[in-house]
Design a protein around this ligand. Structure first.
Ligand SMILES: [Mn+2]
Length: 353
């Protein structure tokens, strides 16, 4: 991946690419510390970090030259700029504050700071086998935790209690953290796509949307299922099966070469033909990796072709204010022929008796 960054550097006549973004730093160097600067020159690769982390950086990033940050980031950069005779520095305009940039420009008057976007985010879209294995392990923990929760879903239990149980189970199964606070939306609250679990008690007749994920060795997972408490009524069955049909059709269609927009459209058409397109107000899916939401998007705004090794969610939903909602989400890896589901768990409507 350094070759791509170096070729970008040559295209815009820069000497160095720098990044202070934590996730990018981890992706490029494997260093997990909370502070540091990645410095990639045409023939140098340096990780600048402070006293707290130099030993850890040496262990995690043995192929990188580790430079001690001292006494400040700017003083350390000044030494590197001098040593390497740097004239033009490429920086990440999406991740550097105006204040930081102004400080650099004032301190290094002879250096030109050139804004760049998405170089690392682009690289991160296609996962290595090692990354896919970690995401798959996170997905497996997530599936196990939700499976273990099902017998505990019953009238009288609150959304908060269910969310807490999920967090605890995922950690106990080996997750290092939750990827995001679990979403548990019961009854009418299921109409909020990102419902914050509350004191509401589960009742007979509820649909319950549960959306959850964990982090395993830095990598995230994402899974949603919708359950019904007691016998579903005809409207619940209708909505559930429209969402399921849309989800299965998108999974079936998903393959390299199709754009995020095309895959989104497969699901959106089905929901539209059923008359509920106004109630599917989010995109079909998103990339998952070191971050829970990353490129590529399965949305009307992504016309880039998908490629093998990308990991995305497929999560159509229908949300009816005052009534409730249904979302069904799987995490998949794009393969040569189509896609492989990492969150293997039934999608038949599970009826909680
Ligand atoms: Mn998701």
């Amino acid at each position: 991946m350094l070759e791509q960054i170096r070729s970008h550097l040559q295209e815009i006549s820069c000497d160095v690419f720098i990044s202070t973004h934590r996730t990018h730093r981890r992706y490029l160097t494997k260093f997990t510390g909370s502070a540091g600067l990645v410095w990639i020159g045409l023939d140098s690769k340096i990780l600048v970090t402070d006293f707290r982390y130099t030993e850890q950086a040496g262990e995690q990033s043995p192929d990188w030259e580790i430079v001690l940050l001292q006494p400040t980031l700017e003083e350390t950069m000044a030494r590197l700029i001098e040593e390497q005779q740097v004239r033009r520095i490429a920086f990440e305009s999406e991740h550097i504050t105006v204040e930081q940039l102004t400080k650099w420009q004032e301190k290094f008057e002879a250096v030109e700071f050139v804004p760049t976007k998405t170089w690392v985010a682009q690289l991160r879209q296609v996962k290595t086998q090692e990354e896919i294995d970690k995401i798959a392990a996170a997905a497996k923990i997530t599936v196990q935790a939700l499976t273990a929760l099902v017998p505990q879903i019953k009238p009288g239990v609150t959304e908060i209690e269910l969310a807490l149980e999920l967090e605890y189970t995922m950690r106990r199964l080996g997750a290092e953290a939750v990827a995001f606070d679990p979403i548990v939306g019961s009854g009418p609250r299921g109409a909020l796509p990102h419902a914050i679990p509350g004191d509401r008690k589960i009742q007979a007749g509820d649909f319950i949307v549960i959306d959850m994920g964990c982090v395993y060795q830095g990598y995230c997972s994402d899974l949603t299922r919708t359950f019904v408490v007691g016998r579903p009524d005809p409207k619940q069955l209708e909505i559930y099966h429209i969402v399921l049909e849309a989800q299965l059709a998108a999974l079936n269609a998903l393959k390299p070469g199709l754009s995020g927009k095309e895959v989104d459209s497969v699901a959106r058409e089905i929901i539209k033909n059923a008359g509920y397109d106004q109630h599917f107000g989010h995109s079909l899916g998103h990339g998952v990796g070191l971050e829970i939401h990353e490129e590529p998007r399965l949305s009307q705004f992504n016309e880039e072709p998908l490629a093998p090794g990308m990991v995305v969610t497929v999560e159509p939903g229908i949300y009816l204010p005052g009534w409730g909602g249904v979302r069904i989400e799987d995490l998949v890896v794009v393969t040569e022929e189509g896609c492989r589901i990492l969150t293997e768990l039934t999608k038949e409507l599970v009826i909680i008796e």
